[in-house]
Design a protein around this ligand. Sequence first.
Ligand code: NAD
Length: 483
Amino acid sequence: MGEVEARDRLALVPGADCNLIGGRLVSGNASFEVVDPATGRAFALCPDASAADLDAAVAAARGAFPAWAALGYDGRRELIFALADRISAAAEELAPLLTHEHGKPIEQARMELAVSGHHMKQLASLDLPDEVLRDSDRGKVELRYHPLGVVGAIAPWNFPVALAMHKVAQALYTGNTLVLKPSPYTPLTTLAVGRLAADLLPPGVLNVVAGGNDLGAWMTAHPDIDKISFTGSVATGKKVLASAAATLKRVTLELGGNDATLVLDDADLDAAAAGIARSGFFNCGQICMAIKRVYVAESVRDALLEKLVAKVGALKVGPGSTPGMDMGPIQNAVQFEKVKAYLADALARPGAQVLTGGQVPEGEGYFIQPTIIAGLDEEVPLVREEQFGPVLPVLTFASVDAAIARANDSRFGLGASVWSRDEARAREVAGRLMAGTVWINRHGLNESDVPFGGMKESGYGREHGVLGIRSYQELQVISRPAA
Ligand code: NAD
């Protein structure tokens, strides 16, 4: 069958076939292909929003803004809760589509959808009062928080629904209206969620537009978008910031990471091995805050590796639609090639030791065996860069001070962790690790009431928690003399 013929047989997916613009479901004239990473073949078409569609979405969001802002926290919370309930209730029905476009195991797709609803409710429950900074003989000073206006949210492909819905909840709860763009690799489930909102939220409050990278660039340059909330790679984040500068948009960037974990000589090794296996390989290692390099004290190296290799070697890898898999394929061809290149480069290094995995299975789909490699030094790209895949390097250290310095010798600073039975020691090490979040005896927890974001090139600002959600608001000071 020729390629043209194959494309002719592709179709829009019922229920995920429309952008949501000003309360209307619009499929438009153009479309692009969505690939199933378990086969490497396109399986569906997605509507492709034009620049005019974006203009219409922004205009609708602008028009809906005054009434939505005036609704107040309680009124907005009620509607966000209703949308969250619809998303959670649709978890079973939408999970196969999420697995189809993303590759993740069906159970994890179900979980992502259900957790999205849960997180939306947590975020829309935060208490965000205006504050009195001072009321004294020097006068009364109040801090008031206003919505910004129209927010543009740009999402990545690794947790397409959850990461988008975090932005939806934060932007809408604080009184903004929103234009949301999913990743072109994983747009369909987000469009289906947009459909769930179509008859629930006032028209224009939430707009969902799918398209390519150019659509993201149009958003960052758009004169009538007031803030960009972006989650994605460092390279794109820099472009977003540069483009947003022209209109001085507010910008929050949640970017990549190269999280180090330090296993000290007094760690609970069973807990450390379980935590590293979970954090390093869940979602096929495609998590911004996944453990991406392990530093273990020389004296416990062998004991840790025995436990870690047993856990990672037992992971079940296969198509996400087959029940019971722990890991599916890498999400897309570009990422697949990137991870394969890191792996091949690491394997070619003198001294490299594959402790488990190391193979790219023959056959269709973007599968890579879960892999642990020892014997590498700091300069190897697999250690220095963000691999974003199921290939984990393990390095050893003789002194904790040196391990901290090596962990910090990175342009990234998203997360880090330390494993130790001695709480004071662990806290002391944690405070010296230059990362936005440092976990002790765990890694990678995502909690809606806790601010999250990166130091250095891993981010710009924070999301979640009261401190993070305030980035969707503008602070106003009201000041008057003492009565
Ligand atoms: P990406 O930067 O390639 O794409 C992210 C989004 O940006 C997509 O929607 C894409 O279409 C859009 N985009 C591309 N070019 C653009 C441009 N010039 N202007 C505006 N938008 C543009 O990232 P990805 O590959 O989808 O996601 C993986 C990356 O995201 C990893 O680096 C990962 O660590 C990071 N990430 C970070 C967090 C966090 O919270 N810090 C969470 C998840 C993922």
